[in-house]
Design a protein around this ligand. Sequence first.
Ligand SMILES: *Cc1c(COP(=O)(O)O)cnc(C)c1O
Length: 390
Amino acid sequence: MADTGTPFLPFALPEIGEDEIAEVVDTLRSGWVTTGPKARRFEADFAAFLGDASLHCVAVNSATAGLHLALEALGIGPGDEVITTTHTFTATAEVVRYLGADVVLVDIDPATLNLDPAAVEAAITPRTKAILPVHYAGLAADMPAILAIAARHGLKVVEDAAHALPTTCGGRLVGTLASAATVFSFYANKTITTGEGGMLVTRDAALARRARTMRLHGMNRDAFDRFTATVPSWYYEVVAPGFKYNLTDIAAALGIHQLRRAYPFQRRRAEIAAQYDAAFAGLPLITPPGPAEGDTHAWHLYVLRLADDAGIARDRFIERLFGAGIGCSVHYIPLHLHPYWRERYALRAERFPHSQRAYEAMLSLPIYTRMSDADVARVVAAVRAALGAE
Ligand SMILES: *Cc1c(COP(=O)(O)O)cnc(C)c1O
């Protein structure tokens, strides 16, 4: 540890305010702690946030659950293939395996680190049923191209929007595009948080109905419905072997207030990204791509890549940052390198040259609202020092 006296700067921290705390306390005092009025309010607020009355929002206890429910409702099952990016978190792909379907991993566009539409089209087979793009780091994937490919081949699109609140694509918020469903994450380190939580968003009323049933044991009425009715209403029917994916009111209480802060939070993260971009210009570093003109980048992650002439290996670079008290991470170890995916589909890194190359050169710097300008300056100084640029 080279640094002494300076506290460690964590890679990520949530920002929970007094409004969130008061709402949680109110929930605890209310007598209704599991899925009930606050979860419903959070769903209604989320639809209002997206600004589209035709959207159905289904609150769930994780984005993983939401992705699973979306694919289940679309009838994905054994014998089907779903195409997604190798450059993602395993949750994106594991849900396909829950359903007994197969994952087809494809490479990324080296400029944006998002799923490459040409690679998607090349991977389509008669078994392909869906495409699962990820808005990597909070930058919209090339949705016009992906939606056009899906339309041409009769495929469904489910967006993994775990990083993408708020993100726009062609001026429209992710969540309001023409895909079958979009799923957001409220995990602790995401752009807004409920501790654990997620939201499935769809325009398809039948998909929403199926997801609502399957998020709670395949029951056709939820507990809030049954216990708050004024007429005797103990009766329900189990129509499928469902899951336990409902969001609690305790979590929803956090979400209601976090959602109100989504834009202020995004502005602060964008400010930090701009400070990093300016500070790193001229250094042997590849800074992350900004959004298209007029679009919003959620800046969930700030992913820096070492240029070929950086003169230091990525792992050593990260060690130096940790030595300077700066938390950082790598997003992601591509799926094709993990034993399960590699062995299940006999994957070789040569099939994913852009993801592989990006992975070997990349690291994620801290970018969160509780960072002060002094914290940002400290990260910049540590990066410069690690490069030997001082
Ligand atoms: C965080 C994350 C998920 C999973 O979100 P949970 O809410 O933790 O289930 C899925 N996909 C990506 C790309 C993520 O970063």
